[in-house]
Write a protein that binds this ligand. Sequence first.
Ligand code: UT7
Length: 345
Amino acid sequence: MISSAPSSSTASVPGHALSGRSVSIVGSGACVPARVLTNSDLEKIVETSDEWITTRTGIKERRIAAQDEFTSDLATQAARRAMAAAGVAADQIDLIIVATITPDMVFPSTACLVQQKLGASRAAAFDLEAACSGFIYGMEIGQQFVRSGTYHTVLVIGAEKLSSVVDWQDRNTCVLFGDGAGAVILQHRPGSRGLLTTVMGADGDKSKLLYMPGGGSRCPATTQSVMSRLHFLRMEGRETFKHAVQAMISAATEALRRCQLEISQIKCIIPHQANRRILDAVGERLGAKPEQLFCNLDRYGNTSAASVAIALDEAARAGRMQRGDLVLLVVFGAGLTWGAVVIEW
Ligand code: UT7
């Protein structure tokens, strides 16, 4: 669909000139499953303790989807809330992007299932896989369509049912992850600069730090692959931690440099919610004050592509940023992948 909206404001960022219409988040929404799994619940499943999980990660509880509750269900509910906040009807949506590593099925895409559930029959739809960085990758792709004038309204969703790929016998990983979804509606909003810049990066050399060996074309499901627990995620936690801190600091620093901003000018910093110690290290190295950082991982754990999407929605609804405030999102995940976005709210 070619939009007839006028090309008015242009977000121009020194060192990274953007042409075309500005693109704003005009509504956000989130959805987490009802079931809460606390650290003390986990003590009954693996050899762990609330004390270990809390001090090493900051996580107290996470949400776990029901057996008949899928990534597309969480994604659809988050999308409905974002659409309500934006005042957008299903038939106005031109494109749906779902960032996920836990699609309902290998194919068709979860985005197509969401399109059907929403009744967004005009929308094109596809999934995007950049692990925990997927939501920022998705926003960048979506905003390019709006900026160019190709599309008027893009729905970007980060959604996961990580409980379906977590090895519940592996205490190194099963305590970390949770399920949920977050969504935003992207449109041109006259008079607002919106998304100012996006940094994205990847390093496939380190793909084995965090991955799931089975289920793809390299290792399709066999009795042997299932018995060998190859269909669960694996992570080298300590090594991943180091790269997470470095990559998030450099992505955030580059995003601020492009916009010629100091960290003190950012109202709210929303990092990928993987580990409280990562958040604190990133905040400290960027020179941020603790009150600038938004953290909800104590309640949800690491929800991968949904993480910053849920956090963004919660921060907005909690009044952590007002129209015109500057917001910094910064992410890191499997791939390795990373990214940062500066937004004028
Ligand atoms: O979202 C993508 C990005 N993900 C991340 O960035 C996650 C990055 N990594 C981390 O957050 C941390 O590395 C973890 C939370 C995963 C682990 O924390 P750590 O301080 O790096 O611990 P560790 O892996 O070095 O393990 C320390 C000890 C080990 O015991 P030994 O070998 O020292 O005897 C582990 O076996 O803690 C043990 N351990 C546990 N103990 C109780 C590991 N998991 C648990 C557990 N409960 N759940």
